[in-house]
Write a protein that binds this ligand. Structure first.
Ligand code: NAP
Ligand code: MG
Length: 489
């Protein structure tokens, strides 16, 4: 397995650093390797290089179609090295090899191809010019320009996809960037740096500085970084927004969720249960848009819960590197304790423990897939993001009630409705307060569609045709065609 131990990626090469950051394999609870504890000085150096690259137009002076080819080559290299990427991310954060190879790596390559296609897209317009009062003749246009150095901070749950969504957008927009990956998953991010460098991204345009605490804060506070893109917890997102306010930085935030996966009586029960399982247990529930609240109409409630119990008990929990594991560990001891805390709260809350809730043998940070039924919307397990394989099932009677429960959250990242009634499906598509709504499916995303949240699930959108906007400034240019410029004095 290729682990870039003890190094960060700066100035176009892997550089050794003294300070070490232990990365634990959550399947075994053993040390996987040593990464770097990036410092404020490392961030300073990365910002200086990125500012130089911005000022010298190191990246943007390359023909846009060549930049498209470079990002496309990187996408291709990711595909060719799928097994390297999958092995590393599986070992460092516990994503099952099966899922990594099936979805995470192909989705990351696909997203990078999409960003490659956006490189030549940003364009201004020419506009008719209107001046109240004096007459005149003017030529007016707008320019779209890269904002400058972008600071990118990512979580561990999708160690490749999250960095790609940010690095891909920044580079496609022409912004040199600095990636600070989560301390639990630095090695995948460093592999991405290797691939982008090999594909032709020039020296200084991309740095990857792993670390915990110091590096991320230094990046957000740095006056030379006008743009911050962050994915992670809502609490940290609020910190980042406050800190970024000092320099009025542009901020995009992709935060937590407590999304509702809603099943009406007219849904086939087997399909419903499959949809609920896929919605919550993918990546051990460590998915921001996880369908962690399942709402089931009373007419199928008993059949649904009976079938759900059966299916959950069939799931294989095990080492993420074992291809037969359906569910791997959660990422860390800290997360393991947090999730178990929620399971204990669920048991104490009066909800029915339908499945799971116990111990899994082995040293790793395993949580059995756990389902609570008869959950009421005010219970903690129905309100807070657990970020683990824990599902809250809530019964409902009417469409109005389902909508009220679904929208009764501070979050608004995603949601789904399962029904054969097209009118009802479209009413929910319109009325769910969420950035993504699925009908008769869950989880699936496309880089061509914007992704982000309503409410406290975030700010701004990633992906989609406007994916580069947060990395661009708009400039209005007004050119006098009169011969004698307008003057009053
Ligand atoms: P987190 O605190 O949001 O961390 C995410 C990233 O932000 C990491 O790279 C982290 O690295 C960095 N960070 C943390 N505090 C920062 C600050 N003040 N300034 C700049 N960067 C900062 O998430 P976590 O502690 O790993 O997980 C806690 C909870 O967050 C989870 O239980 C889950 O509920 C939620 N979460 C949500 C998502 C999502 O996709 N929505 C993803 C991950 C976690 P350092 O801490 O090393 O600085
Ligand atoms: Mg932290």
């Amino acid at each position: 397995m290729k682990l870039h131990e003890g190094v960060l990626f700066l100035d176009g090469r892997f550089q050794e650093r003294g300070a070490k950051l232990e990365v634990i394999n959550p399947s075994t609870a053993q040390v996987l390797g040593q990464s770097v504890e990036g410092s404020a000085a490392d961030i300073d150096e990365a910002v200086r290089l990125a500012q130089e690259a911005h000022e010298n137009r190191t990246w943007t002076s390359i023909d846009p179609l060549e930049r498209t080819r470079i990002l496309g080559r990187a996408a291709q290299l990711i595909r060719e090295r799928e097994s390297d990427f999958s092995a590393v991310m599986s070992a460092e954060m516990g994503m099952t090899l099966n899922f990594a190879g099936w979805m995470e790596v192909p989705m990351a390559a696909n997203a990078l191809d999409f960003f490659a296609s956006l490189v030549p897209q940003p364009k201004g317009v020419t506009a008719p010019f209107s001046l109240a009062g004096p007459q005149g003749d003017y030529f007016a246009m707008t320019l779209k320009q890269p904002i400058g150095v972008a600071g990118l901070i990512t979580p561990w749950n999708f160690p490749l996809l999250m960095p790609v969504w940010k690095v891909g957008a920044a580079l496609a927009a022409g912004c040199p960037c600095i990636l600070k990956p989560a301390p639990q998953s630095p090695f995948t991010a460093l592999l991405l740096a290797e691939v982008l460098h090999e594909a032709g991204v020039p020296v200084g345009v991309l740095s990857v500085i792993p670390g915990s605490d110091e590096a991320g804060r230094a990046l957000v506070a740095h006056p030379g970084v006008p743009k911050i893109a962050f994915t992670g917890s809502t609490e940290t997102g609020k910190h980042i927004m406050r800190s970024a306010a000092d320099h009025l930085k542009r901020v995009t935030l992709e935060l937590g969720g407590k999304s509702a996966n809603i099943f009406f009586d007219d849904t086939d029960v087997d399909e419903a249960v499959s949809g609920a399982l896929f919605g919550i247990f993918l990546n051990s529930g460590q998915v921001c848009q996880a369908g962690s609240r399942v709402l089931v109409q009373r007419g199928i409630y008993d059949a649904f819960t009976a079938r759900l119990k059966q299916r959950v008990e069939e799931l294989a929990v095990g080492d993420a590197s074992d291809f037969t594991s359906d569910i791997g560990p959660v990422v860390s001891r800290e997360q393991w304790e947090r999730v178990r805390g929620y399971v204990a709260q669920g048991k104490a809350s009066g909800a029915t423990l339908l499945a799971g809730g116990g111990e899994v043998e082995g040293e790793g940070f395993f949580v059995p897939p756990t389902v609570f039924t008869d959950v009421t919307p005010n219970m903690t397990i129905a309100r807070e993001e657990i970020f683990g394989p824990v599902l809250a099932v809530i019964p409902f009677d009417t469409e109005e009630e389902a909508l009220r429960i679904a929208n009764g959250t501070l979050y608004g990242l995603a949601g789904a409705v399962w029904t054969r009634d097209i009118k009802r499906a479209l009413r929910f598509a319109r009325d769910l307060q969420a950035g993504t709504v699925w009908v008769n499916t869950y989880q699936i995303l496309s880089p061509t569609l914007p992704f982000g949240g309503f409410g406290q699930s975030g700010l701004g959108r990633e992906l989609g045709p406007q994916a580069l906007d947060p990395y661009l400034e708009t400039k209005s240019v007004i050119v006098d065609l009169n011969g004698t410029p307008l003057q009053m004095f």
